[in-house]
Every structure is written in structure tokens, then in C-alpha cells.
Design a protein around this ligand. Structure first.
Ligand SMILES: [Zn+2]
Ligand SMILES: [Zn+2]
Length: 357
């Protein structure tokens, strides 16, 4: 049977697209080297090696490139290539819409208990109107004083309050308890362990020392990701792409208003590998001024096998509708719905957070 695709051409095409996207040289080289290593090989040997898994024995061929070759030989566009092409900016409106429709809740939101602008009840009602089945309330932790982070005692009060609010909300909807806990300089989490254990969902984010040098920031993030209480790694790079999201004015956004800010420097592959190993979800933060992580890192987290949470990080009810932005970016990177934890029901989500390794 004639081969439907040329695997060498596919490897070269991937290298080209990576270069055009200004990716790191070593990443481009992996595909160029594999193409070079395989270019002279007879088609029969190539097919045989792809079949018995011995392509990776060749110098210059790794797991990812071998997988691309196998997919090509099977007549399929390699998944890696498909994602790259998708990220080039073709119209994925339908995919983004489908992903948004699959979301059943939001795992990162703030109320006026910390730096949000509205009471918990208003946030919850807006979520009901959007068709959500749940909203995870994740106000800040004590050390983030600029955002009026909750002490352990205020968080306990909030838990009692949420129980009362839940009793009054429509059936089929509930507020899940949570926190956006600071990842401290040493990688520990800024709240008591017994409280973290009690919460339905724990988002952990870096809010300080964002300019830490690479090895320090990597260690810090790796330690947090390995913490069994941490369910979701929030706004991974800390970048700010614009000083203020369109249409956002007034109070209620203190903790998140900032000037343009570069990404933190850390070993993303190591951090995503740890997220996959510990089954910690990577947040796709929908805030227009964050757009965090950038698309090239979403693709790498996907390759690493991570789960995702598409969150708004809303500080006001209207911002709960920002999930759309995160869905667009996720769809552009080829994130499938079954890798997104907020496509689950509240029961599934809580079962996952309570039973993670
Ligand atoms: Zn944050
Ligand atoms: Zn937040």
C-alpha cells in the first residue's frame, strides 16, 4: 500500500513552524536531527522500525519524533504537527465554543472577603445564570496582605458562611470551598494543613518574588506541585500582557492590577512533568491581562500529559464570563475537553481532589 504521508517532510514542517514561532533552538533541532537521521533510510526499514519501536535506538530520534514518524506512516497528520498548525491562528471558533459549552464550573474566583468586588452570593448567582453547576470560591491566603488574604480564622468563618449560602441557592448548583493559596518563597503553602485538607479545591499561585532566578523558582514550584494539597497550579508564569483588561475599571481588582510584567523564569518542562506525575492540574487563566500560560507553554503542558483547569480568576460577577477567552486559547493549542477538570461534575471534581496521589 502506498504511503499517505512523508514522515521526513512532516518532521521538517514541524521544525519550520517551531522556528517561525520563535521556539528554543534545541526544540527545533530535535526535529531537524530526526529528519536528517531518517532521510536516507529505506522505506521498508523505516516502517519496520516504527512497527517494532526501535526508531528511538537511532541517534537523533527521541520519543516525540518517533511518535510523529509512526503517525505519519499510518497516514495520519502527526498530533504534534496538528497542534502547531492550529496554534498558527486558524479559525477555531467552533472548537472554542464546544469547549466552553463543556465547562460545568469555574475553579478560581474571588469575593469581597479578599480582593474581589462583590459578595459571595452575587458571584454565585451570576454563575447560576451562566449555567454553571458550581463555583469554587478561592479567596487569597494570609500573606497576600495587599489583597486582604484570609487568616485561618477568617477562612473558617467563610466556610460556615458558604454552607449557609449554599442552603439558599437553587438545587443543582453549589459553591465549592477553596483558596488561592500563596506559594511561599520556599515552596510551602500559605495556610494551615488541616484547613487545606478540608477545602474542596486548592489553587496555588506565585504572587511574590516573581523575578526569582531560574533554579530557585523551579525548586519553589516543584515543591508546591508535589504538595498533596495543591490541586491546581494558578497563573503559571505570572506574566501581565496589558496593564488593564478591556472594560475593567473601578475597585475589586486590586490584587491583580499591575503593569506589564515578564514571565517568571523556571524550567517549564520540569514543572509540567511534575504536574503530570502528581496529577496537579495546570490552570489556563482567562483574564485578558494575564493570558497565562502563553500558548507555547500550554502546548508543552499538553505534551507532558497534564490536566488543565480553564478558570476566570474573576474578581467581579461579569468577569465569570471570561472563560471564553481561556477556551479560545486552549482550543488553539488542541487541548481536548477530557483533559479539562472543570468539564467534570462537582462530584467528580471533589472526588478527584480528595483522592489525588
Ligand atoms: Zn493570583
Ligand atoms: Zn486569583
Amino acid at each position: 500500500m502506498a504511503r499517505a504521508r512523508d514522515p521526513i517532510a512532516d518532521l521538517r514542517r514541524i521544525a519550520f513552524l517551531l522556528e517561525r514561532a520563535n521556539e528554543a533552538t534545541y526544540r527545533v533541532r530535535a526535529f531537524r536531527s530526526a529528519a536528517k537521521a531518517l532521510a536516507g533510510m529505506p522505506a521498508t526499514e523505516l516502517t519496520e522500525r516504527a512497527g517494532n519501536g526501535t526508531l528511538t535506538e537511532l541517534a537523533g530520534v527521541g520519543d516525540v519524533t518517533a511518535r510523529c514518524v509512526a503517525e505519519s506512516l499510518a497516514g495520519e497528520e502527526p498530533v504534534y504537527l496538528r497542534r502547531l498548525v492550529a496554534t498558527e491562528g486558524s479559525d477555531l471558533d467552533a472548537e472554542a465554543t464546544a469547549l466552553r459549552a463543556a465547562l460545568r464550573g469555574d475553579c478560581h474566583t474571588h469575593s469581597d472577603w479578599s480582593d474581589g468586588g462583590s459578595p459571595i452570593e452575587e458571584m454565585a448567582l451570576a454563575a447560576v445564570e451562566l449555567g454553571h453547576e458550581y463555583l469554587v470560591l478561592t479567596d487569597h491566603s494570609p500573606r497576600l496582605t495587599v489583597a486582604r488574604g484570609l487568616t485561618a480564622s477568617r477562612l473558617r468563618q467563610q466556610l460556615d458562611h458558604v454552607a449557609k449560602v449554599n442552603a439558599a441557592l437553587p438545587e443543582g448548583f453549589r459553591i465549592l470551598t477553596g483558596i488561592e493559596v500563596d506559594i511561599l518563597a520556599d515552596g510551602s503553602l500559605d495556610q494551615d494543613d488541616d484547613l487545606l485538607a478540608r477545602l474542596d479545591v486548592v489553587v496555588g499561585s506565585v504572587h511574590s518574588g516573581l523575578k526569582d532566578e531560574r533554579s530557585k523558582m523551579t525548586r519553589r514550584m516543584l515543591k508546591a506541585v508535589a504538595n498533596p494539597h495543591l490541586d491546581i497550579l494558578g497563573h503559571v508564569t505570572g506574566r501581565m500582557v496589558s496593564s488593564r483588561p478591556a472594560g475593567v475599571t473601578g475597585p475589586g481588582d486590586r490584587g491583580h492590577r499591575a503593569r506589564t510584567r515578564a514571565e517568571s523564569d523556571f524550567d517549564a518542562d520540569a514543572v509540567f512533568a511534575a504536574c503530570a506525575e502528581h496529577d496537579t492540574a495546570v490552570e489556563i487563566n482567562s483574564r485578558p491581562e494575564r493570558q497565562d500560560p502563553p500558548k507555547r507553554l500550554i502546548r508543552r503542558a499538553l505534551e507532558a500529559g497534564c490536566r488543565f483547569a480553564i478558570n476566570t480568576d474573576a474578581h467581579a460577577p461579569g468577569q465569570l464570563d471570561w472563560q471564553r477567552f481561556g477556551c479560545e486559547r486552549a482550543a488553539l493549542c488542541g487541548v481536548p475537553a477530557d483533559r479539562v477538570i472543570n468539564t467534570w461534575s462537582a462530584e467528580q471534581l471533589v472526588a478527584w481532589t480528595q483522592n489525588r496521589p
